[in-house]
Design a protein around this ligand. Structure first.
Ligand SMILES: Nc1ncnc2c1ncn2[C@@H]1O[C@H](COP(=O)(O)OP(=O)(O)OP(=O)(O)O)[C@@H](O)[C@H]1O
Length: 389
């Protein structure tokens, strides 16, 4: 049971439908920098209050928000409710929350978690993302499995992730935080890429972006070496780490510092050089590290049971030079997915929902119809105040 303090959903008083609601004190005027008074609810459109959702249980907590399993009292549907963390913010939504909302609004794909709507807490100082609920994430599935996935299960998962990546990359969206805990799975074995808090749009040719992205174990060498002009290839490296992790049932490159991460990469793949990675010697952070000169590619001994097509795919994903690393589309056409064993039917995927969904119901009185504020108005004000990188 969570404390009342953390329980925004329970703490929200039901709004009085008769009262003209003027919500003040959070949005800031772009002209004056003063808090912006929000006009009466009927002037604005469609953001529902979070009080309309009944919290069932907490399913996850990450660096940027707490995620609840909740019931939408309007239609009884079970949804995921992600509370955007506001701790450090003095004047508006945190950039991660904004990015997640803006990018998820653009994505409609079976293998990307769907943002249904954004709802607000009682004084607009808390924002919640309402998403389709997925019964589990791959990190907890992996933690609870007695043995690694079979190869046909791995293919089933990775094909779905690749379809999501192909869709995102075609729209110039880089996820920048792909890892097993950000891959959700429904009870029908459908994989959904989640957590777009670090995602952003990129352009061609790439413009500078911050290199301190992506959880260390999944971080591409160009990021570890400080490149600021990276591309969707960083997601493909992370995807390679995920493929390896699914095959061996444990993290492939679990470094505990940037140099340890680079060492593990070199131990597995051999040292990079100017000849295989043009521009490598100019990477900004290279001078901070003394890289091992281990010359051998050890993928074959690490993945002994894997046939050549599988190893070939991993090798393409672990190409040091980001501009020649495999794209999602190229991976989808890989022989690996054609040769047996074929990908299994998603409905045959193993599931362990009991690990996350201990049902603690907190039935709340049904709230009256919501005060409505459209997401576009919230965003317009916030967006202009935020530096997006
Ligand atoms: N739509 C969803 N359905 C079910 N569970 C979810 C959903 N979205 C997120 N979760 C759970 O909540 C956890 C944290 O969510 P998320 O990764 O979006 O938060 P975060 O704060 O951005 O995390 P991180 O620290 O990884 O950046 C996930 O690992 C997952 O277990």
């Amino acid at each position: 049971m969570s404390s009342r303090k953390s329980n925004e959903l329970e703490a929200n008083p039901a709004p009085d439908p008769q009262a003209p609601i003027t919500r003040k004190g959070f949005l800031m005027s772009l002209n004056t920098g003063q808090p912006l008074a929000i006009p009466d609810c009927n002037v604005y459109g469609s953001c529902r209050p979070v009080a309309e959702f009944e919290k069932l249980n907490r399913v996850g907590e990450g660096s940027y928000g707490i995620v609840y399993r909740a019931r939408d009292t309007r239609n009884n549907e079970i949804v995921a409710l992600k509370k955007v963390r506001m701790d450090q913010e003095k004047d508006g939504l945190p950039v991660s929350g904004l990015r997640e909302i803006m990018i998820l609004k653009q994505c409609k794909h079976e293998n990307i978690v769907q943002l249904r709507e954004v709802v607000v807490g009682k004084s607009l100082d808390s924002i919640f993302l309402v998403m389709d609920f997925c019964e589990q994430d791959l990190a907890s599935v992996l933690d609870n499995m007695p043995q690694p996935f079979t190869e046909s299960e791995v293919k089933c998962i990775t094909l779905q992730v690749l379809r999501a990546l192909k869709y995102m990359h075609a729209r110039y969206i880089i996820h920048r935080d792909l890892k097993v805990s950000n891959l959700l799975m429904t009870d029908k074995g459908c994989i959904k890429v989640a957590d777009f808090g670090l995602a952003r749009l990129y352009c061609n040719p790439p413009k500078p972006m911050t290199p301190q992205m992506v959880t260390l174990w999944y971080r591409a060498p160009e990021l570890l070496l400080g490149s600021r002009t990276y591309t969707a290839a960083v997601d493909m490296w992370a995807f390679g780490c995920i493929l390896g992790e699914l095959l061996i049932g444990k993290p492939l490159l679990p470094g505990n510092s940037e140099i340890a991460q680079l060492d593990l990469i070199i131990e597995l793949l051999g040292a990079p050089s100017k000849s295989i990675w043009p521009g490598f010697t100019e990477l900004p952070a290279l001078q901070n590290f003394t890289l091992s000169q281990q010359p051998y590619n050890n993928l074959k001994s690490k993945f002994q049971a894997l046939r050549p097509a599988g190893r070939g795919l991993l090798n393409l994903l672990f190409i040091y030079n980001p501009s020649t690393r495999a794209t999602a589309e190229e991976c989808l056409n890989s022989k690996y997915f054609v040769e047996p064993p074929q990908a299994c039917d998603p409905r045959m995927m193993p599931t362990f929902p009991q690990h996350r969904n201990s049902l603690t119901t907190n039935a709340q009185p049904q709230p009256p119809p919501p005060a409505e504020i459209p997401i576009s108005d919230l965003l317009n004000v916030f967006i202009k105040r935020q530096r997006l990188d």
